[in-house]
Design a protein around this ligand. Sequence first.
Ligand code: 2AM
Length: 175
Amino acid sequence: MAEQSRRLFLALWPEPALAERLHQLAGEARRECGGRIMRRETLHLTLAFIGAVAEARLAELLAVLGQIRVPRFRMRLDMVGYWAHNHILWAGCAVPPPALLQLGADIRREVAAIGLPASGPPFVPHMTLLRKAHTPYVPAVFEPLEWELAEWALMESCLAPHGADYRRVAAWALD
Ligand code: 2AM
C-alpha cells in the first residue's frame, strides 16, 4: 500500500482584520487586472513550500522546526507586485524585514538538513492576491498595511475543486 503523505508548507497567516483589508485590495485589483481572486480565508505568506511529506517523517520535521528561534517582528505591506511569468499579483514589502528573511532562511536550512528541501524559487516574501492576472496593478490610493507577527505555522494544503483548502498542523511562537 502507498505510504500516506501530506502536502506541507510553512506560512504566516494574517488575522481576520488584515485578511479583510487584503481581500478588499484584491477585489479592487481584479476589476482592473482580471484573474482569479484568492479566498479571504486562504490569504497567507508562504515561508517555504516542502510538498509531499510521508506521515512517518512528521515528528522529525516538527522537531527540527521547533528549534528555530527568531524574534518577533512587524512588517509593512507597502507594495503590490506582479510577476508576468506566472501572472501572480501579490502584496508585499519594498524592503522585507531582516527577521522575516532570517525565518525563511532558517526554515530552509533545517528542512534541507533532514532531506526535505523546500522547493520552488528563492524566497521572495509575497502574499498572492490574484492568480492569472492580466496586468500589473497600480492602486490609486494605497495605505500601507501594518502586520505584527507573533507566530508562524506548518500548514497542510488539501487540493479541492474550488482551489486549495489549508489546515493548520502546528504553530510556533516568535520569541
Ligand atoms: P504562491 O502563492 O506564490 O502560489 C501553498 O501551495 C503555498 O505554497 C502557495 O502560497 C504557493 O505560493 C506556495 N508554493 C511555493 N512553491 C510551490 C510549489 N512548488 N507548489 C505549490 N505551491 C508552492
